[in-house]
Design a protein around this ligand. Structure first.
Ligand SMILES: *[C@@H]1O[C@H](CO)[C@@H](O)[C@H](O)[C@H]1NC(C)=O
Ligand SMILES: *[C@@H]1O[C@H](CO)[C@@H](O)[C@H](O)[C@H]1NC(C)=O
Length: 406
């Protein structure tokens, strides 16, 4: 049964690829035209932060592999009081960017809440998202621009951003990440990186093991990415908003007879607490594109349950990249036991599934009990942690209390 669905979906997919091929340039949405590059007039500071009465600075950070990331800093509270607490660096998840921390009201959005709590707030935009499309030698039209997965986000984007904030402020910082932003931290921390620059680490909807995700939509997407990896790698960029990306997601929900009007809940779970009258504002900014290689890497995690580097499948290529035939794994038991960790997870989350989080907690079983705070929200799905109207009282306030301890 499942394989029949798979075969028919692959046929649909190949058909729509044929149809769209003629007019398919993935950039027709002017996503990457010069006008969408960061400038002081249309960046996140001007459009999302200063409009709410906060001071904001735009920063640029270049990674070791040449990507130029934009960071926004909120150095003071709304009332203009300069931050009197350490920096907090916030890392968004897959298909998202820094706007996710700002787009509800200032009373509901983590970026503003942290600034009003006295922290020096730094928001990162990952490579390939709207405000981080620049590179020292490549453009998003170049194939090589999209040759990365979360391995590179962990080994280049994350250290560059954290080091930049550390250099600029001269202070160790707190880290807060959501979803892919937690996976980046797990990968780096398990290899002993960043530790000298971090005070504590907060992980919302933690993504580590992905073996048991209950979303049939996500599972099918993962199967399709792996079955057609050559095709997807050829596309380089996956933009859920346009052409092939949008069609792919629509085909999945049609094939599974799901309600396509709510693509987000098909993939993230039934979010309890999102303000439905702000969905339009959300859709103005998200979802953001990512590399198809990144999605194949996630698909490999879903299939194997392992947290390992990207598998080139071809053993010779693995040897070339890693010096061994199978990709090296990230060993989360190596995260130092004394590192202060805050974990927030939800009972309805279909990406950071409860069963998978239990495997993660098992990895952390030797962690110092008084350096590990776990908050479980039975009603929360994946996006409630970033967009929930109650997230302040449910998650952010406990997280701030945790930060205040370090
Ligand atoms: C931070 O400072 C060190 C030492 O000066 C320098 O080597 C490094 O490149 C800086 N990192 C960033 C991201 O600015
Ligand atoms: C939901 O969004 C609307 C439109 O922005 C806003 O007027 C309302 O106050 C929001 N409700 C909550 C609970 O945040």
């Amino acid at each position: 049964m499942a394989s029949t669905v798979l075969v028919s979906l692959i046929s649909i997919l190949l058909l729509c690829i044929t149809i769209t091929q003629g007019r398919n340039t993935l950039y027709t949405s002017n996503q990457f035209s010069a006008s969408s590059l960061v400038s002081t007039n249309d960046g996140i500071c001007k459009t999302m932060v200063e409009t709410q009465g906060y001071t904001c600075e735009e920063h640029k950070v270049t990674t070791q592999d040449g990507f130029i990331l934009s960071l926004q800093r909120l150095p003071a509270s709304r009332s203009g009081e300069k931050a009197n607490k350490p920096p907090v660096i916030i890392q968004h998840g897959l298909f998202s960017d820094a706007v996710i921390w700002l787009f509800n009201s200032p009373e509901e959005s983590l970026g503003f809440i942290l600034a009003d709590s006295g922290f020096d707030v730094w928001l990162v935009n990952g490579r390939g998202t709207k405000y981080s499309t620049m590179h020292t030698s490549l453009t998003p039209n170049d194939k090589a621009y999209w040759d990365w997965s979360w391995d590179e986000l962990a080994s280049y984007d994350l250290p560059a951003s954290v080091e930049y904030v550390y250099n600029y402020t001269g202070q160790k910082m707190h880290y807060a990440g959501h979803s892919q932003g937690t996976l980046m931290a797990f990968a780096a921390l398990s290899q002993g990186q960043l530790l000298n620059m971090l005070r504590s680490v907060a992980l919302l909807s933690p993504i580590a093991h992905m073996n048991q995700i209950p979303s049939i939509g996500t599972k099918l997407a993962a199967d399709l990415f792996i079955a057609n990896d050559i095709y997807w790698l050829g596309l380089r960029e996956f933009n859920p908003n346009v052409n092939v990306g949008a069609k792919f997601l629509e085909d999945i929900c049609n094939t599974l007879h799901l309600n396509c009007a709510n693509l987000m809940s098909i993939f993230t779970g039934p979010n309890c607490c999102i303000n439905s009258s702000r969905i339009d504002v959300y859709l103005d900014h998200e979802p953001q594109p990512t590399a198809t290689k990144n999605l194949i890497h996630f698909s490999q995690m879903i299939r194997t349950g392992k947290i390992a580097k990207y598998d080139y499948v071809d053993q010779a290529q693995n040897v070339q990249h890693y010096g061994q035939r199978v990709p090296p794994t990230y060993d989360l038991t190596k995260i130092p036991n004394e590192l202060p960790l805050f974990l927030g997870y939800g009972g309805k989350d279909m990406l950071a599934d409860v069963q998978d989080v239990k495997v993660l907690l098992n990895d952390l079983q030797d962690h110092d009990a008084n350096q590990l705070v776990v908050v479980f929200m039975p009603d929360y799905a994946h996006s409630d942690f970033t967009m929930g109207v109650n997230a302040k009282q449910d998650v952010y306030d406990p997280m701030i209390a945790f930060f205040n301890g370090y």
